[in-house]
Design a protein around this ligand. Sequence first.
Ligand SMILES: Nc1ncnc2c1ncn2[C@@H]1O[C@H](COP(=O)(O)OP(=O)(O)OP(=O)(O)O)[C@@H](O)[C@H]1O
Length: 253
Amino acid sequence: MTNNPHISIQQLNVTIGNQHILKDISINIPNKKVISIIGPSGCGKTTLLKSFNRLLDDTADVKVTGKVLVDNENIYDPDVEVTHIRKKMGLLSQRPYPLPMSIYDNVAYGPRIHGTRKKADLDGIVETQLKATGLWNEVKDRLSAPATRLSIGQQQRLCLARGLAVEPEIILGDESTSALDPVSTSIIEDLFIRLKEQYTIVLVTHILRQARRVSDYIIFVYMGRIIEFGPTEELLLNPKEELTKEYVKGYIS
Ligand SMILES: Nc1ncnc2c1ncn2[C@@H]1O[C@H](COP(=O)(O)OP(=O)(O)OP(=O)(O)O)[C@@H](O)[C@H]1O
C-alpha cells in the first residue's frame, strides 16, 4: 500500500506559540484511496490536514519542521510556490462557502484564474464538474442564478465542483458533511467513494460510521501523535493499540 505514496510525511512537527501540536508525524498516504483522520477533539486532525497544502502558513506564530512530500516534492522547500501546491488540492471545509456569484461562475472561477478564456471550454468544464458532483440535472436550467439560492447540501456539492474544476490531484475534506442533512451527507459520501478512482482523498471526520463507510484506510491521532494507521476494517474492528481500542470501543459496542 505504501510503495508509491501520493503524500509522504516525514518527521513532521508543528508548534503554535509554545504548544507542540503535531509530534513526529511520519506517514505515507496511498494514491487514489480515501483516508480518514479520526481522533478526539483537539488532537490535531485539522492541523495535520492543513499541513498538506500549507494552510498553516496563515497561522500566526507557527513553526513547521520535517517534510511533506507531494509527488516526491517537499512542499515546505523554500523555493516551492504555494499556489502550485494549492492547485493540486481541493479543500472542502465544514460549511459550504460559495462565492457571491452565479452557479456557473463559481465553477468557472478557478479555470478563468488559471487562464481558460474561451466560453466553449468553460461551458464544458462547468457541465463536466456539475455532472461529476451530481448537480447538473438539478441546476442546468438556472446556471446564472446566485449560488447562495441553492440548498446547503447543493452548495457543498457546488464547492466540490468548484474545487474539481482546477483539476486537483488530492481532495481534502475537513468535516465536510457536518453542516449537512443525512440525505446530502450520503450524496457527498457516495461522491467521495466514486471520486477516489481519480483522486486521493483525505478526510477529517468525527463520525466513525462515516469513516467506515467511505474510507480505505484510517489514521487515528491522539494528542498530536499518530497512534495507528491501517485498513479501515482492521483499525475499527481489530485495533492493535490500546488507545485505539479505547477510542473505537463506543463505536463497536
Ligand atoms: N491558530 C491556532 N492558535 C493556537 N492554537 C491552535 C491554533 N490552531 C489549532 N490550535 C490548537 O491545536 C490543537 C489541535 O487543534 P486541531 O484543530 O488541529 O484539532 P482537531 O483534532 O481538528 O479538533 P476538533 O476535532 O475539535 O476540530 C488544539 O489544542 C488547538 O487549540
